[in-house]
Design a protein around this ligand. Structure first.
Ligand code: NAI
Length: 273
């Protein structure tokens, strides 16, 4: 397979970094875009040992900056094959602890950030008549995930947006997939509510995650699932297996899914003492 031109937002860390590494391992040419430019540069330097890679400073909440970057990558390489709108933040806590800042910041990064990526990539891909947009949502976009309402809200929106765009884009040659991981072992779990008022669950995000999913999934295993899912043109890429089971359960019995979510609220509140 010839090398493809890819952009990964949030590529300096965690899932984005693992996806970028998996792409480079198969010879794809990756732009690692992140608000943490030093981190992006470090990742791009490492990827360059396998395939050409570039770092780009990008705040996904800045629509003009996202559009300018995606256009410039297309201009430089003559095409844009793969876009991973992946950057995101974790926001957790009891709903009554959430300020409007918690809500707005989550919407700005996790939802508007993806909207900006889609809005920038889709016209380019329509013009080309091909391309694949891959948005990172979460299992929290498929099941009722309490104690992180702003996060859950944005991730449900990203799933809905991605599936609807997939239906619209299919006849135009453009593919759309959405990634819905359960808990993955990344720095995200140690940095909940970044720049926002702290909450009890936020402070204990890693332990809270482990209450729900005893074994956290690895970012590199997820990246393998993602590349396989893209090759198959899967609509939804849900991993690990426990996440697929939870998703299946929520479809079979939404009522039971809410009951189980309620039990996890009690367990997690005990963590907060
Ligand atoms: P991470 O914290 O390891 O990486 C996120 C990256 O996004 C960081 O490099 C950060 O600098 C960057 N970023 C944050 N705000 C940005 C902005 N405004 N503009 C550009 N870059 C920005 O987190 P992780 O776990 O790799 O998360 C990646 C995506 O996966 C997120 O959308 C997250 O919601 C999602 N996800 C993560 C799960 C987990 O358990 N770690 C589970 C399900 C989904």
């Amino acid at each position: 397979m010839s090398s493809r031109i890819a952009i990964v937002t949030g590529g300096a860390s965690g899932i984005g970094r693992a996806i970028a590494a998996a792409l480079a391992a198969r010879g794809d040419i990756v732009t690692v875009a992140d608000i943490d430019v030093a981190g992006a540069e470090k990742v791009a330097a490492r990827l360059s040992e396998r395939a050409p890679a570039t770092a780009a400073a990008l705040d996904v909440t800045d629509a003009d900056a996202v559009a300018a970057l995606y256009r410039s990558v297309r201009e430089e390489h003559g095409r844009l094959d793969l876009v991973f709108n992946n950057a995101g933040i974790a926001v957790g806590g009891l709903t009554e602890e959430m300020t409007l800042d918690h809500w707005n910041r989550t919407i700005d990064v996790n939802l508007r950030g993806v909207v900006h990526g889609v809005h920038a990539a889709y016209p380019i891909m329509l013009e080309q008549g091909y391309g694949h947009i891959v948005n990172t949502a979460s299992l929290a976009g498929l099941v009722p995930a309490p104690l992180m309402l702003p996060y859950t809200t944005t991730k449900h929106a990203v799933v809905g947006m991605s599936l609807a765009l997939r239906a619209e884009a299919a006849s135009r040659g453009v593919r759309v997939s959405v990634i819905c991981p359960g808990f993955v072992d990344t720095p995200l779990l140690d940095n909940a509510n970044p720049g926002l008022p702290a909450t009890e669950t936020g402070r204990n995000a890693r332990r809270a995650a482990q209450q729900v999913q005893r074994r956290l999934y690895s970012a590199s295993a997820l990246a393998r699932d993602v590349l396989r899912g893209i090759d198959r043109n899967d609509a939804l890429i849900v991993a690990p297996a426990s996440g697929r089971a939870a998703w299946r359960g929520a479809r079979l019995s939404p009522r039971a899914a809410v009951r189980i979510a309620g039990l996890s609220v009690r367990r997690m509140r005990r963590l907060g003492g």
